[in-house]
Write a new protein. Sequence first.
Length: 376
Amino acid sequence: NRLNLLPDASRILLTLFFLSLGYYLYNVFHLGADVKIIAICVVLLFGAYLGLMTVVKGSGRRMSVIVIGPGESGKTVLAGCIYAHIVFTRRISGISEKPIMLSLGGVDMALHDIYLLLKSGDWPPITGPTEARFFKLRAKKRWITPVSIELVDFGGTVHFDAIHKHLDPESYNKLVEEIGKELKETLEEDIPEEVIGTLDFMQWIKSKWEEENGFVGDLREKIIRAYICRSIMEAEKLIFLIDGKQVRDFRDNSQTETQLTKNCEVYRDIMNHYKGKKKYRLVITKTDEMDDLIKKRFYKNRRNVEGKVVEKWLLREISREISTFKEITSIGETVDAKLYAICLETFKDDGENLRPLRFEGGITLWNYDDFIRGIL
Ligand SMILES: Nc1nc2c(ncn2[C@@H]2O[C@H](COP(=O)(O)OP(=O)(O)OP(=O)(O)O)[C@@H](O)[C@H]2O)c(=O)[nH]1
Ligand SMILES: [Mg+2]
């Protein structure tokens, strides 16, 4: 990654600079300078070194994040929330770059369109099987360090179950091979297989799609699937969504229990596949739907419940009954994984400040800032 070159070089230069300063101090000490002064100098020097290293660390870093979730789990809503948060908060200042829409024949929706819909109280339309969106956002971590975040959103209903089956190189290559063959037949284009699934390829295929007025069959879905799989392979952080409505209902509805278990199975497989090579963020969405459940558990004792407490409780509750979720938590102990519980309400509350919302009854769920910091 060329973007990492600059911070790396700066780090090496900084280290060399401070090492030579240290050597100089050492010599001065030998010449018989005051020990106290030397000690103060060493402490200051070390402090400055650590400070500068933190600033340099990760500057210009590219952070690719993919939000994975079944249909209606809240991927598109979350993309809109992340966008609004990055644009409006002063804590993480940033701008968004022009999104790249990959819908092959579907609706093109920019992040600000999604944001405006949410703000006016509507929900975004479901993301279709031939749609995928690629967003690039620039933000600042700890007010200073610039990071570039790449977000991918896709239609979960069709692709979710299928993706983890294509993550091992063999079946992914097979998928790519099929696409290559079909492209040759329909467009008479010879596409090198290693290009398929990349963003450049997607942009090219999109222009081709518009030019040629579409191509037939399930090729479009396959192309989107390859793009999703490749995005997962290349992503640094995987965000797994768990539908809060399922968490609310699974105890009383065996179908929901089965569904939730299957969804978590996909995450478990992905985690088993990549282990410590990636970072994982498990996100329970729609927590406002669990309001009654949360109130029943916490309201009696406390007027104000912190998000962290609710998250811990949810972790325990789901682990107790959903076997695959339990498996996820035990894999999570050995890799970088965190759980968050979120809902759109936290973001709608007072518009542009995006403060955590107080639910009726005084339950404060989680804090959006924490979450965004957690996924950056
Ligand atoms: N109550 C509540 N409902 C939510 C929240 N977020 C999403 N929803 C509901 O869930 C639906 C689906 O949300 P989306 O963000 O479109 O889900 P998705 O994962 O993008 O779904 P696909 O595009 O079909 O894969 C919305 O239309 C809402 O009805 C939330 O925070 N609270
Ligand atoms: Mg969607």
